[in-house]
Design a protein around this ligand. Structure first.
Ligand code: FE2
Ligand code: FE2
Length: 195
């Protein structure tokens, strides 16, 4: 499928506002991939498709799992905020024809992050949070870090933001998010030690 066709098809899944967000994420992901040296084409596609499942209702999640043989963990089963990134991976694969595992994996981990992410996974994770339409306290600092060569620092900062949001909302925190924070915090500390 051509990129233009993907963008057109996106309207079957997302309202205009979320479609604009997805295209903004694609743009930010391309910019980051040029800074950090990963494939801009893959970054763009992952950005375009990362949120296709964002509007799948919780009641419809089991149907998707059955259709595409998706295994969700207990927390993902009960939260569309968490499951949409997993479902989106399968929608990208089976409904948009994406076979590239790197793109699929970047979609899969765009919500929780994970320890030891590939460059593409990191770029898509951060692009989602700093795209031009995002406006929340601290977003400028995140943009400065991410576009200024401090990608791992941006990841830790954004996970800190996510954790505070989750605490404020009294929602459950996925363990993978905590593991990711620990992983990148340790990585930054070790890098500083070796200077
Ligand atoms: Fe998302
Ligand atoms: Fe998003």
């Amino acid at each position: 499928m051509k990129k233009s066709e993907m963008i057109e098809k996106l309207s079957e899944y997302l309202p205009e506002k979320r479609k604009i967000h997805s295209l903004n994420v694609a743009k930010a992901a391309v910019r980051l991939s040029e800074i950090y040296g990963c494939d801009p084409e893959k970054a763009e596609i992952a950005g375009i498709l990362h949120d296709t499942a964002k509007y799948v209702k919780l009641a419809d999640v089991p149907g998707y799992c059955e259709k595409y043989n998706i295994i969700l963990d207990e927390m993902e089963k009960n939260s569309t905020a968490l499951s949409h990134s997993v479902l989106g991976t399968y929608i990208a694969k089976y409904e948009f024809g994406i076979k590239d595992e790197e793109i699929l994996s970047a979609i899969r981990y765009h919500t929780t992050a994970k320890p030891n992410m590939s460059l593409l996974e990191k770029v898509v994770y951060i692009a989602d949070l700093i795209e031009i339409g995002r406006d929340y306290p601290g977003v400028e600092e995140l943009r400065e870090l991410a576009y200024g060569g401090f990608l791992d620092e941006a990841i830790v900062k954004s996970i800190d933001n996510t954790i505070s949001q989750v605490l404020k909302k009294k929602s459950l925190l996925h363990l993978r998010t905590v593991e990711s924070r620990n992983y990148y915090l340790k990585k930054i500390k070790n890098a500083n030690k070796s200077i």
